[in-house]
Design a protein around this ligand. Structure first.
Ligand code: AMP
Ligand code: MG
Length: 402
């Protein structure tokens, strides 16, 4: 049995970034740029007023209030054909080009009208350059505004739109196959009878895969028979990643690892000292990385967060794979009898300048009711049987919540 951090290293070592592809800008969010993006213009393309006010010459404001002659009005989208001379001002709107001659804009709130038409009184001084974004001050024509490796956040989508990129080159998102295994499983549209339960794992994994930025493909349920497992697994090898749930513990019908071996998959590990989720098989078949996840829903979801999500991040071309872990103040005592590193479903919140965390009461790794109410994990190190209330501990934040 290996430790979690060893499993993490092995998974990342075996995982590589996928190839680049060109996609429409609106499909690029959550991906990583595979090509530098350069600006096709100077930004701003003219000296731009950042406020509504008066474009003027800063030196004219040495004696206040300063009376200035208003020689024109400039709205955003119009280009001033006139210049400002000493003693003059132009009314200007946010985003409009500052006319030649002017070297500052004073806010409209610091002016007042006079009884004379085409005249304004400016009430406060302005320094040279005030409220003007100079030509090209944000980016120059041809300048790389987003280097290769940049994560395409919504803000990045906005920048790429501003520089005219209708399409961008990003690393491909992994396609991920999902197979549920178990004789007891029924579809969620069915009412389970006797010893049956619904196949919830395929749904939870679908959602997790999507939230990680990859593309889920659900292959259905394999019964606990080698022939069915073999058939679905072989179909799953068309994907970059294949996730199975169930069939990896010590029961008579836990056949997943055997079938991996029979199909010639290279197995890297089959047990990790982590709770929940000790039985985890990680293997490779051709270009497909395969995870045999535990069947228990909380275990499957947790191993996804600990090992699969980082692998997806790497495939997407991200440079940071790790989950976000913070120091937190433990509000309730926590007991860990597992002898493994424990990731207990928890609630973490930020209050008075610090994170606080408490494990949620749980009936174990089948308890999806408790798990679904969590937003994080309380981490209990492998060598600790107990964490005392008021201790400083580590909490792993789940990305959907923070
Ligand atoms: P296994 O690892 O196959 O022994 O399964 C462990 C536990 O997880 C059993 O209680 C299973 O019924 C449950 N389980 C397995 N697969 C699923 C699934 N797809 N959805 C929900 N629960 C499952
Ligand atoms: Mg099973």
């Amino acid at each position: 049995m290996i430790k979690l951090h060893e499993a993490f290293e092995i998974v990342l070592q075996r995982t590589s970034r996928l190839e680049a592809e060109r996609v429409p800008l609106l499909q690029a969010r959550g991906r990583v740029l595979a090509e530098d993006a350069a600006s096709d213009m100077n930004m701003p393309p003219f000296p731009r007023s950042s406020v509504d006010g008066y474009a003027l010459i800063a030196e004219d404001l040495q004696r206040l209030p300063a009376r200035l002659q208003v020689v024109g009005t400039i709205a955003a989208g119009t280009y001033p054909e006139f210049a400002i001379a000493s003693g003059q001002a132009a009314k200007i709107m946010t985003g409009a080009p500052v006319p030649a001659g002017a070297d500052a804009v004073q806010m409209i709130e610091r002016s007042r009208s006079t009884s004379t038409a085409n005249e304004v009184e400016i009430l406060e001084a302005a320094s040279k350059g005030a409220n003007i974004s100079p030509f090209g001050s944000e980016a120059r024509l041809g300048q790389v505004v987003a280097p290769v490796g940049s994560f395409v956040s919504p803000a990045m989508v906005g920048l790429l739109a501003a520089v005219g990129k209708r399409e961008v080159v990003v690393y491909r998102a992994p396609a991920v196959g999902v197979i549920a295994t178990g004789d007891e499983l029924v579809e969620i549209s069915e009412q389970p009878v006797a010893a049956q339960i619904r196949n919830s794992n395929s749904y939870a994994l679908f959602a997790q895969i999507e939230s990680a930025g990859a593309r889920p493909h659900v292959l259905g349920i394999a019964r606990d028979q080698k022939s069915q497992l073999r058939e679905l697994m072989q179909r799953g090898l068309q994907y970059d990643l294949l996730l199975l749930t169930g069939g990896v513990s010590m029961g008579d019908l836990d056949l997943v690892e055997d079938v991996f071996a029979e199909l010639g998959f290279k197995i890297f590990f089959n047990k990790v000292a982590v709770k929940p989720g000790k039985p985890v098989v990680f293997a490779r078949a051709g270009n497909t990385l395969v995870f045999g996840l535990p069947g228990n829903p909380v275990s499957a979801a947790t191993i996804f967060e600990l090992l699969v999500r980082p692998a997806i991040r790497k495939m997407l071309g991200n440079v940071v794979y790790q989950n976000q872990i913070v120091n937190a103040h433990l509000t309730q005592r926590f007991v860990n009898r597992s002898g493994r590193e424990n990731y207990a479903p928890a609630w973490t919140w930020y209050e008075n300048g610090a994170y606080h965390v408490r494990a949620l009461p749980s009936k174990g790794s089948g308890d999806v009711v408790s798990y679904a109410a969590s937003n994080s994990y309380l981490i209990c190190p492998i060598d600790r049987t107990e964490l005392a209330a008021e201790e400083q501990v580590h909490a792993m934040l789940r990305p959907e919540f923070f």
